[in-house]
Each structure stands twice: as structure tokens, then as C-alpha cells.
Design a protein around this ligand. Structure first.
Ligand SMILES: NC(=O)C1=CN([C@@H]2O[C@H](COP(=O)(O)OP(=O)(O)OC[C@H]3O[C@@H](n4cnc5c(N)ncnc54)[C@H](O)[C@@H]3O)[C@@H](O)[C@H]2O)C=CC1
Ligand SMILES: O=C(CO)COP(=O)(O)O
Length: 435
């Protein structure tokens, strides 16, 4: 049945989806690697409906060696970063480049901030054991994923850079890349945070574009890395503006190429234009998650956590409308990068974990992060400070009482049980913000 289906490439996406669901369910237990391969090919075939004829052709025949007239050369992809999410996204990408050799170069370089693990370099461990034993233990990585300790070598001749590091390290890395990246390179930022500096509050994608002179979009969603790495189904949002110097289909990155790069049967991608909306939501939900962790750690239960999320969503939308008017309100509730990410992070993310531990033990944020996360980062701790700095500069602290309360708890030891009062005292103006 599956083979018959594969022979008929003109079927609609809808019927493919029904068949895919049926076969995936029915054969899940009994499937061997062969069947899994076929299912992956079917998923690749699904993308045919969303790509141009030429690119579709390449993906349909992803295991053939036929070259394509319009695709000058396959896109080379580099992932900059190898933490919990960095390694997970590199796995997703390497699976897709192996499936689509006409569209993408098979080898994916992943830049690793190298470190010693029991006397061995982490890069060497990844390249021989195909596992990131420190940041993504227990997950087998594709063999075409190459851990590279040399940042400049990792981006040599690359076409697409996927940034995926804790955001506090971005500026240092971007400064090292300056002068080594062609203006035709395209980028996607998977980071969640802001750049706050002399230019005010900036999206990280804007920072990359301004510093490196390359077009940069974003990927953000309800994506706890361990779940994606285990191939449990989730959704995500990719946002990208086609630049003015777009070189044409088959020669440059567009929405179809990005979908082919990130979409997997277990990782469903929606591609939109609203880079600002998904980036703001991704950055600020980490601050809200800290608030959630505090009330959970205090033992106040689900009602309190829901209240924090409600207020938090309002402040996220208000922040977007006030400082990034190009962002769209519907992104916050329609896309995975919006309220879905807020919910998943507040349920099981690292920020909530650290904040809960702060409430339960009375230890500092820094200490809890160090003890619980084994080198990973709770990005809300830095983001709440950056947001405070920015709001203080523009005299808007009073408009964002939850963000400010989280900052005061983390950095000035304000008691957590004061949170409800700190939020209640001020009029949020949510009705205005949502209109
Ligand atoms: N982990 C997750 O579930 C998700 C994370 N994100 C976002 O993705 C971004 C990256 O997060 P993760 O990959 O989880 O990182 P992580 O939190 O696992 O951080 C560890 C990484 O930071 C690197 N690092 C440590 N010191 C460094 C330095 N001085 N310079 C450069 N790198 C250094 C480590 O080598 C390691 O690769 C963050 O902005 C995060 O908010 C987004 C979605 C899901
Ligand atoms: O961004 C995330 C989920 O989408 C991960 O959140 P944490 O960094 O809090 O684990």
C-alpha cells in the first residue's frame, strides 16, 4: 500500500496526510528500519506540495544523483551552537539534509564551544559516539552531523547559518564572524532573548543582520528540546522576510527551503513573516516562566500559575505593540511560538525549574541554575535584567509589573509572596493593548 502510494506522486497533500497517519499508526510497532525509511520519504514527499516544481522534483528523488538545472548547488548548512536545543536542531537539520541531497549538502557542521569531558574533547566524543553526552545525553545523532570546534571553519562556504546558543554569547560570536561571512549567506536565529545596548532593545535577528550584513529570520515554538530530540510530536514557527537582494528560486533561501530544512514528521513547521512577533514571545515567556516557578515553588498551585501566565501574556503583547509595532497580535495566540510556548515553558522548562528551586530552597538564581542545569542556561534570568534596563531607560517600568516583579525577586531579594500585590497595584491597560 505504501509503495503504491509512493508511485503516485500527484496525490493531494490531504490524502497523503490521511494515508500517512493510517500507515504510521498501523505499522508503528512492526516497522523495521526499511518501513521507517519509507515513512520518512513520504514525509519528504509531503513537502512536494509546498515547494516549487523544481525543488519538489529534487526532494521527490532525494536519493537519486540527478542534478538540477535551476538549483546551482545544494545549500550548505551550519549550526552555530551545541547545547540542549542547539544539538537537537542540528539533529533535525542533519536528518533533512541526508534525505534531500539535491537541496542540501549532506554534511552539517555544528560549531561546538569545546570542552573536556573526562579528559576527551566533546567534539571528538560527538564525532565518534554520535552523542552529545553533556548537553543531550541518550540521543543518537546522525552520522552526517559534524562537530566542529573551529567557528570560522564551520561557516566556511556555508549558505545557511542557524544560530543556536544561549543569547548572552551571541555578540561575542557575531563579532568573531564579522568579515568572514558572505552577504549572500542567510541565517535563522533559534535563540530566545534580546540584545539590549546602545541601540536600545533589538531582536537578535536584527542584531545579526546589522552586524553581519546578512538576512536573518527566526525559529521559535513550544519546543522543549528533550521532547523534540526524542521525536515526540511538536509544532514550531519559522519567520523570515525575503530580502531585497533575493537571488531567485533554487538559488536562494525562501519559505519553501526553510520548511524543507526544519520540517520533520515529528516537528511540524509553520512559516510566516512575523519575525518580531515570534521573537518577542520567545524571549519574554522565559521571564513569565520564572514568575510561574516562584508561585509553584511556594506551593500555591495551578490557579496561581494560570494567573501569572494570563498577566504574562498581556505584558508580552503590550511589549510587542509598544516597542515593535510591526509584530502582529494574532501571532501570540495563533502560532506555536506564542501562547503554546508560554504554556509548555511554564509547565516543564528550565526557567520554571530554577525559579521553583529558588522558592523551595531560598538559594540564589545563579546557584540554582548551576546546581540544576549542568552548564545549560535559564535565559529568563538574563532577559528579565535586560528588560528591566530597557524599561527603566524609556520610563515604562510601571507598565510591566510582572516583568519588574520577577526582576526584583531575582536581583533584589524582594520576597516572592509579594508577587500578587506587585501585579495588582498597577493598571496594565490590557484592553488597550489587545485592540
Ligand atoms: N533547550 C530548550 O529546550 C530550548 C532552548 N531554546 C533557546 O535556544 C538557545 C540555545 O539554548 P540551548 O541550546 O538549550 O543552550 P544551553 O542552555 O544548553 O547552553 C549550553 C551551551 O552553551 C555553550 N556555552 C557555554 N559557555 C559558552 C561561551 N562562553 N561561549 C559560547 N557558548 C558557550 C555550551 O558549550 C553549550 O553548548 C537559548 O536562547 C534558548 O532559550 C529554544 C527552544 C528550546
Ligand atoms: O524555549 C523553551 C521551550 O520552547 C525552553 O524553555 P526553557 O529554556 O525554560 O527550558
Amino acid at each position: 500500500m505504501i509503495l503504491n502510494y509512493l508511485g503516485r506522486s500527484t496525490r493531494s497533500s490531504a490524502s497523503f496526510r490521511r494515508l500517512y497517519l493510517f500507515t504510521h499508526k498501523r505499522y508503528r510497532v512492526a516497522t523495521s528500519r526499511r518501513i521507517q525509511t519509507i515513512i520518512d520519504q513520504m514525509a519528504a514527499t509531503d513537502r512536494l506540495n509546498q515547494t516549487s516544481d523544481i525543488i519538489s522534483h529534487s526532494m521527490q528523488h532525494s536519493d537519486s544523483t540527478t542534478s538540477l538545472a535551476a538549483l546551482e548547488k545544494p545549500f550548505k548548512v551550519t549550526v552555530v551552537g551545541s547545547g540542549n536545543w542547539g544539538t537537537t536542531i542540528a539533529k533535525v537539520i542533519a536528518e533533512n539534509t541526508a534525505l534531500n541531497p539535491q537541496l542540501f549538502a549532506r554534511r552539517v557542521d555544528m560549531w561546538v564551544f569545546d570542552e573536556k569531558i573526562e579528559g576527551r574533547n566533546l567534539t571528538e566524543i560527538i564525532n565518534t559516539q554520535h552523542e552529545n553526552v553533556k548537553y543531550l545525553p541518550g540521543i543518537e545523532l546522525p552520522e552526517n552531523l559534524y562537530a566542529n570546534p573551529d567557528l570560522l571553519d564551520s561557516v566556511r562556504d556555508t549558505d545557511i547559518i542557524v544560530f543556536n546558543i544561549p543569547h548572552q554569547f551571541l555578540s561575542r560570536i557575531v563579532q568573531q564572524l564579522k568579515g568572514h561571512v558572505s552577504k549572500h549567506v542567510r541565517a535563522i536565529s533559534c535563540l530566545k532573548g534580546f540584545e539590549v545596548g546602545p541601540k536600545g532593545v533589538q531582536l537578535l535577528s536584527t542584531y545579526v543582520t546589522e552586524e553581519l550584513g546578512i538576512q536573518c529570520g527566526a525559529l521559535s515554538g513550544a519546543n522543549l528540546a528533550p521532547e523534540v530530540a526524542q521525536e515526540h510530536w511538536s509544532e514550531t514557527t519559522v519567520a523570515y522576510h525575503i530580502p531585497a537582494d533575493f537571488r531567485g528560486e533554487g538559488r536562494d533561501v525562501d519559505h519553501k527551503v526553510l520548511k524543507a530544512l526544519f520540517h520533520r514528521p515529528y516537528f511540524h513547521v509553520s512559516v510566516i513573516e512575523d519575525v518580531a512577533g515570534i521573537s518577542i514571545a520567545g524571549a519574554l515567556k522565559n521571564v513569565v516562566a520564572l514568575g510561574c516557578g516562584f508561585v509553584e515553588g511556594l506551593g500555591w498551585g495551578n490557579n496561581a500559575a494560570a494567573a501569572i501566565q494570563r498577566v504574562g501574556l498581556g505584558e508580552i503583547i503590550k511589549f510587542g505593540r509598544m516597542f515593535f509595532p510591526e509584530s502582529k497580535v494574532e501571532t501570540y495566540y495563533q502560532e506555536s511560538a506564542g501562547v503554546a510556548d508560554l504554556i509548555t515553558t511554564c509547565s516543564g522548562g528550565r526557567n520554571v525549574k530554577v525559579a521553583k528551586a529558588m522558592a523551595k530552597t531560598g538559594k540564589s538564581a545563579e546557584q540554582c541554575e548551576k546546581e540544576l542545569l549542568n552548564g545549560q542556561s535559564a535565559q529568563g534570568l538574563i532577559t528579565c535584567k535586560e528588560v528591566h534596563q530597557w524599561l527603566e531607560t524609556v520610563h515604562h517600568l510601571d507598565d510591566f509589573p510582572l516583568f519588574e516583579a520577577v526582576y526584583q525577586i531575582v536581583y533584589n531579594n524582594v520576597p516572592m509572596d509579594k508577587l500578587p500585590d506587585m501585579i495588582e497595584e498597577l493598571d496594565l491597560g490590557l484592553k488597550d493593548a489587545a485592540q
